[in-house]
Design a protein around this ligand. Sequence first.
Ligand code: OSB
Ligand code: MG
Length: 380
Amino acid sequence: MTTDNLARLEDLAIVPIDEIEFVTVRLPFVSPFGTSVHTWTCKEALLLRVVSGGLVGWGECVADPDPFYAYETTTTARHVLKDFLLPMVLPGFTLGALMAAFGRVRGHGMAKATIENALLDLAARRERVPLHTLLGYPRKPIMSGISIGLQESIDALLAAVGEAVEAGYHRVKMKIARGKDVEWVRAVRTRFPSLQLMVDANGDYDLVSADHLKRLDGLDLMMIEQPLSYSDIFQHATLQRELKTPICLDESIHSEADAIAAIEMGACRIINVKQGRVGGLLESIRIARACAARGVPVWSGGMDETGIGRAVNIHLQAVDGFTLPGDTSETRRYFQEDIVEPGVVLGPGGFIDISPGAGTGVTVVPERLARYTLERERVQ
Ligand code: OSB
Ligand code: MG
């Protein structure tokens, strides 16, 4: 059934595009988000607006303005989109043919996902169906998870985790870094003995830290996300042999081939699929399928997206294989005001309802978009 979904999506005809525009927005975060690589105080995102026959589709590029999480930035994505990817979007092409053409561009998955997301949003709006229906997966309640950034003190961390538990999230992820790890995780575990808890190091460690990381094994973690380098798979396999806790890869995975290599090598037992990082929804479905065939659960990560990218991540979680809670949290924990309606809220039991509207199911509010826009550029 999944194979048919992919084949059908690859056969989808690209409609003639009347307008293409880049919109750069900057939204302040409610509180800074710190990881082992950087602390972000606002979300600056490159958005792509495509218009066809009076309908508007949006894609959000998950790249940051800096290359600290990934090599792509808002500027490289804009360059690659403008000079290479957008000229490949020709009417009469199928989505599959377009993706094959994109294959000539090496890497730059964040740029590729931006246009793929916008075209799929547009296609779903034309068919008047929600994005998950276009993808071929029925509606279901989406599990919620929260990613808590590095905190100033263990007390502040305990307060943040307490709030997340109170809000009803299905699992809590906490960022760790050298010097803010075992004792910090132990404090959370002691205070919340039955919490579904995991950690994310964003590549802060090396194999020399293996003995130190082993101390996390006694703390009943669901997984340790990306302990070693963003560019490594092999050393993660060595580390996984030493750890009882499953390793989950995030930064290391850019494609289905990476996912298969990592699993077959024993480098991870779980994968964080960020559709915006792996080149879009089609590649994410391929990864989910490859993982399911190998008994590996996947979940949807996030990049602190605005409501546009967040909505896409929510639809992705209707795909088979997304069996673990993702990093999709309520809008209010990121922004005082987002650029779309409706925002994400947790319903009963901590589940997220997929917005039933066509496409992503969210609508950009023009006054809010204007309030947070740094610049716009019409490219077609
Ligand atoms: O490593 O998963 C990550 C945010 C920005 C960059 C990298 C990561 C994250 C998160 C937050 O963990 C996910 C979210 O809340 O959207
Ligand atoms: Mg991560």
